[in-house]
Design a protein around this ligand. Structure first.
Ligand code: TXA
Ligand code: MG
Length: 343
């Protein structure tokens, strides 16, 4: 199952589907121009066909063959954030990629990953690489090659192992329309970073997807309507700005569930873990409060651990929502499927 760089590139060039590391999460790649390769991606993931894929490039020159035009704001974002965890939704050139990649839309999502191995792989394959996250649809995204194997072993042609991914959450997906930046999915590049790069005069509409808000205004990312990132157990998210109050409430919720004979897990930052030892079957540490990036990095592995430990009720502590915290909380809310207690 494990593949080397040369082997993985050759497989991609021949129409195969191979998982590879990026700085965000592992992706499942295939030649974006090949309908056969792309349909194998959808099939391996069990992904609904109306959810389009991101095309990964090794260098910005390749964008000319893919996108019809790039405006000034998009150009600034490209210069500033590529390679990196920012995906741009651009008008697609007719016949540049298989229609399956765009799910029939007139736009294509593109990014250049900031991961050595990923860029080498793409360059060597000689293809634009369509790559969704390399998980079965609905499961947490993979941040380790082992997670890819858990979900896709036997369904794909190989995994290129690059160790743990850096950011731990997916790229930020944006669409620029009428001089404004619409965040379709919060991710590795923060709204604060976007605003700083573009200056105060460019409006940025943050993702309108917190909670279970149904139809949001403005352009949307088809993928955001699906329940993603969910552990098998039921999750309750506790949010609030007073840490002690938050701990007390989460502790009570865990205690109640325990008394109702649930198999209870608590997902909490390292600093709070000890507070739950008496009420949880498992306390799963999700990074540190002092380093929100460590929490982002740890989240998906922590959600998978909830399943591995057979937990059927999980109480999760919320995190501050600035910076990468916005993406972290977006994923936690999705994992909780709207069950949130604000204290
Ligand atoms: O970090 C990432 O973005 C990872 C790595 C592998 O690059 N990829 C990833 O892909 O997260 P995926 O397929 O799991 O998520 C792609 C998201 C979905 O929400 C999809 O709906 C949206 O991008 N998307 C793709 N093409 C689009 C388009 N033309 N218009 C709007 N949204 C689009
Ligand atoms: Mg995904």
């Amino acid at each position: 199952m494990e593949a080397g760089l040369e082997q993985a590139a050759a497989s991609l060039a021949a129409g195969g589907v191979v998982a590879f590391p990026t700085e965000t999460v592992y992706g499942l790649g295939g030649d974006a121009r090949s309908t056969e390769a792309v349909s194998r991606i959808f099939e391996a993931k069990g992904r609904p066909s109306d959810n389009p894929l991101i095309v990964h490039l090794a260098d910005p020159e390749a964008l000319d063959g893919l996108a019809e035009r790039v405006n000034e704001i998009e150009r600034t974002l490209i210069d500033k954030f590529w390679p990196g965890p920012l995906t741009l939704v651009l008008p697609v050139r007719p016949d540049a990629v298989s229609p399956l990649v765009t799910a029939g839309l007139d736009t294509v999502a593109v990014r250049i990953p900031a991961h050595e191995l990923a860029r080498k792989l793409i360059a060597k394959s000689g293809c634009p690489i369509a790559a969704p996250s390399a998980n079965r649809s609905g499961r947490p995204s993979p941040t380790l090659a082992r997670h890819v194997m858990q979900d896709l072993d036997g369904r794909i042609d190989g995994v290129l192992d690059g160790g743990p991914t850096g950011v731990g959450l997916e790229s930020t997906v944006v669409r620029v329309l009428d001089g404004a930046v619409h965040v379709l999915r919060p991710g590795g590049v923060t709204v604060e970073q976007l605003q700083e790069a573009l200056g105060p005069e460019v409006p940025i509409a943050p993702a309108n997807l917190t909670r279970n808000s149904g139809e949001a205004e403005g352009p949307r990312s088809p993928g955001m309507k699906y329940t993603h990132y969910a552990p098998r157990g039921e999750m309750l998210l506790i949010t609030g700005s007073d840490p002690q109050h938050l701990i007390n409430t989460a502790h009570r919720a865990a205690d109640e569930a325990r008394r109702a004979h649930r198999r209870v897990g608590v997902l909490a930052p390292a600093e709070h873990a000890a507070a739950y030892e008496d009420v949880a079957d498992a306390v799963i540490v999700c990074g540190s409060l002092h380093d929100i990036h460590s929490a982002a990095q740890a989240l998906y592995a922590a959600l998978r651990e909830c399943d591995e430990r057979g937990l059927n009720f999980i109480v999760a502590e919320g995190f501050p929502e600035d910076g990468i915290g916005a993406a972290l909380m977006n994923r936690l809310r999705k994992a909780a499927g709207g069950r949130e207690l604000q204290v």
